[in-house]
Design a binder for this molecule. Structure first.
Ligand code: ZN
Length: 246
């Protein structure tokens, strides 16, 4: 099966549409690693799309916050303002659906999905050491995570690990052939709010039959997403940061 792996869409419809166009006809099923909403100005559109199209979704901390089941103690002011705004935009049925999303990890035959890490949905895996520390808890050949908004792929084999090189600015994708003797931790990157300095939307494609995994970046209508955020009266920082990918 060929899967489209998405994370941290964050109500950015322009970025989501660009990813879907770029990945068109290259997948059979959609997997989401959480944070459908929060920060961006199109929560209703993104939730409606996810309800119709995603086969696998775990909840993210912003999904919990927008649904009203998270105290938001770790949220900065912009994140809290956006969560409260989002709560007012969504009908009750969408809020109830968000609140009922499962916590990761969800485990399937060949892969598992979590928001933060395989042991804690709120853990940030940024450094190689942090990734290595959770590697022994990975129970499937491939573990997909999100949360940090940093695209990346680590492989672990017999106590050794490797971080794959990132997709560089100007490159569309990196292709990896997965080794059946290794396990992998993969962050597809953020669709809606990248934070690694490359403002393009990030996503992954994985074909479990051929063992091919692609990390990709695609340009999108950043000005359009920014205009919607400003029009909604959301904090200016949430609009301006999209241009920098920070
Ligand atoms: Zn997020």
């Amino acid at each position: 099966m060929r899967r489209l792996i998405l994370s941290d869409i964050h109500a950015n419809l322009e970025a989501l549409e660009a990813v879907l166009a770029d990945a068109c006809n290259q997948y059979d099923e959609i997997v989401c690693c959480g944070d459908l909403v929060g920060y961006g100005a199109s929560p209703a559109e993104v939730v409606a799309w996810a309800r119709r199209n995603a086969a696998v979704i775990v909840r993210g901390n912003h999904d919990r916050a927008c649904a009203g089941i998270e105290a938001m103690e770790d949220f900065n002011n912009a994140a809290r303002d956006a969560a409260l705004w989002t709560r007012h935009q969504l009908p009750y049925s969408d809020l109830a659906w968000l609140a009922a999303l499962p916590a990761g990890p969800l485990r399937y035959e060949l892969f598992e999905v979590a928001h933060g890490s395989p042991i804690d949905e709120d853990e940030y895996l940024v450094s190689d050491f942090e990734a290595y520390s959770v590697s022994r808890y990975i129970e499937r050949p491939v573990s997909f995570i999100g949360h940090t908004h940093l695209q990346g792929l680590w492989s672990f084999r017999a106590g050794e690990f490797r971080k794959a090189p990132p997709v560089k600015p100007g490159q569309h994708e990196h292709s990896y052939t997965l080794d059946p003797a290794s396990v992998y931790l993969v962050n597809p990157g953020a669709v809606g709010q990248p934070r690694d300095g490359d403002p393009r939307a990030g996503y992954a494609l994985w074909d479990d039959a051929s063992g091919t995994l692609l990390l990709r970046r695609v340009a999108y209508d950043i000005a359009g997403a920014q205009a919607r955020i400003r029009q909604a009266g959301l904090p200016e920082h949430l609009a301006s940061r999209l241009a920098h990918g920070r």
